[in-house]
Design a binder for this molecule. Structure first.
Ligand code: ATP
Ligand code: AH0
Length: 389
């Protein structure tokens, strides 16, 4: 008979799925975690949205506030989103040698995010059935119902990974929208969306070149930032609001009018500077000594150079820590799915403005055979018997 000296600690092999505000596709990542410890980051991939899905989603953003969940356009988009997520899971499982994950964390596609309302589409029950896996979804509603912004939710994952790093330290995610996590010397976690990430620059680049983004910052690097226009862009009420605060993808799109008189290159340079200036305007208790940057914006040298001009402290991609900056937000939803099963908070007053630390997420198990729930059940039982240390 084998004797075990260490207590049994269930860890789940999760797949986290995030389809961001850039509408480029679905990021999928494997993470082995119990929602507190992270044992292993696995492989990851991006499943691009087909052009027709991208077009459908882009047009939905403009009118989502006037539609309800049963609207045929919403149902069609939700179906397309779900299919792309199922393909992402299948491709990742194949890449991982035929993996059958224990749990999926499915963020869904945000089509609306306003004070008091956040809306992610995608059918968790259908995804559970297609992947033969329990799925946690609807991560943001409970936070909004408890008075929070519903975003950002990555901070507790960033904070778990930052354990042992010198503080004050920040993780900056530059996706369609940009958001930061700040860890104070005392260990307090603060967070917020900072302003535009890549979304404005993507739209500007598309208008002027037909390309979906400014690859390697080539357009922005060929232009000159216009200080007067940058000042107009920064004259937005969001920048005087105190933390925590969050944004919709379209929150700054009126700003494109200010840029419209500029050449394609100068407009791109000014928008890259806007992303960085917005980060620098965030009121933090202490300037971070180190900034670790994730999300697609870290691939844009014009944005990275603008950040280095505006911020003190070192500014490096998260890869210097051994993390995968394209997979981090997807991994986060595997981590939060495990936390959800344990009833642990997904958000704190300092991260979303929620009144008290709040859990969230809902579990969908389609018609799974009971054995498929055993790993999740083991984690839930452990959580009931042993509160986390
Ligand atoms: N080589 C590159 N050069 C310049 N920009 C790049 C490059 N690669 C990616 N990007 C930018 O990154 C964007 C995608 O970023 P990311 O995948 O982090 O966004 P997301 O997941 O949709 O965002 P969010 O964090 O808002 O949910 C692209 O739209 C593009 O603007
Ligand atoms: C409502 C919503 O989907 N927000 C996204 C978006 O993309 C970046 C930023 O805006 C952030 O607030 C959030 O995503 C990350 C994963 C988060 O919740 O931390």
């Amino acid at each position: 008979m084998t004797t075990h000296s260490a207590p049994y600690k269930p860890m789940l092999t999760t797949i986290g799925l995030m389809s961001g505000t850039s509408l480029d596709g679905v990021d999928a990542a494997i993470l082995v975690t119990d929602g507190v410890q992270v044992e292993r980051h696995g492989p990851s991939l991006t499943q691009p949205y087909p052009p027709a899905t991208r077009t459908m989603l882009r047009s939905l953003l403009d009118k989502a506030a006037r539609l309800d969940a049963q609207d045929p356009q919403v149902l069609a988009a939700s179906h397309a989103v779900t299919q792309c997520h199922a393909q992402a899971v299948a491709a990742l499982c194949a890449q991982a040698g035929g993996l059958l994950p224990d749990l999926i964390g499915f963020h869904g596609q945000t089509i609306l995010h306003q004070p008091g309302r956040t809306w992610q589409i995608g059918d968790a029950t259908a995804l559970s059935a297609q992947t033969n896996t329990p799925v946690v979804h609807d991560f943001r509603s409970a936070d909004v119902q408890a008075g929070g912004e519903g975003a950002p939710l990555a901070p507790l994952y960033h904070a778990a990974l930052l354990q042992g790093q010198k503080r004050p330290v920040a993780v900056l995610n530059i996706g369609g929208v940009a958001n930061l996590t700040y860890l104070d010397p005392s260990g307090t976690v603060l967070a917020c969306d900072t302003g535009p990430g890549n979304a404005l620059l993507d739209d500007w680049t598309y208008q002027h070149t037909g390309q979906t983004y400014d690859k390697d910052g080539a357009l922005a690097l060929s232009g000159t930032m216009n200080k007067a226009v940058l000042a107009q862009l920064m004259d937005h009420p969001f920048f005087t609001q105190s933390l925590p605060k969050s944004l919709d993808r379209l929150s700054f799109h009126k700003g494109l009018e200010h840029v419209s008189s500029l050449s394609a290159a100068d407009g791109a340079a000014t928008l890259a500077a806007f992303t960085a200036q917005a980060v620098a305007s965030t009121q933090l208790p202490h300037p971070p000594e180190a900034w670790f940057v994730c999300g697609g914006g870290r691939h844009n040298p014009a944005i990275m150079a603008a950040l280095r001009r505006c911020l003190s402290g070192t500014i490096q991609p998260v890869e210097v820590l051994g993390w995968d900056g394209d997979a981090l937000e997807a991994e986060c939803f595997g981590f939060l799915a495990a936390r959800s099963l344990r009833g642990l908070p997904l958000s704190l007053p300092g991260t979303t403005g929620v009144k008290t630390p709040t859990t969230g997420g809902r579990l969908s198990c389609a018609n799974l055979v009971p054995q498929r729930l055993l790993p999740c059940a083991a984690l839930m039982v452990q959580a009931t018997n042993q509160p986390p240390g």
